[in-house]
Write a protein that binds this ligand. Sequence first.
Ligand code: HEC
Length: 111
Amino acid sequence: MIFFLLACADKGTDSAAATATAPDWCADEAEITYENFGEGFLLTHCQGCHAADTPNRFGAPETVAFDTPADVELWREAIYRVVFSDLSMPPAGGITDDELFLADVWLQCDL
Ligand code: HEC
């Protein structure tokens, strides 16, 4: 984890919203992918309510499901907004600073 924190220091203050084109600073980051990070992150923090087959969605809309990389691609901007701007998801919080940093790199660089 120390490695990632050091990488964070190199990132500067640029936290522009996700765009289709990866920002320049992505080149300096480790590769954070759906396979090595995103899938587990979603499982831990989102899929309780947002998996297509979850037994209880706790009110999460049927259409907002994150079961595949394609789903995440479809919802990327909304995911970015609720996690980083609105801070509204997950409703009870619980994402650590390390996870937030990795999610930022994942959603902006390697999705
Ligand atoms: C405890 C259940 C629960 C968990 C866990 C949860 N959500 Fe939600 N989510 C909801 C509910 C309920 C709504 C609909 C109400 C709302 O939008 O606030 C929603 C709506 C959303 C929406 C659509 C809202 C919009 O404004 O476009 C997105 C995107 C979303 N969640 C992303 C996430 C992400 C990403 C995570 C994990 C980091 C997550 N949610 C975790 C319950 C949950």
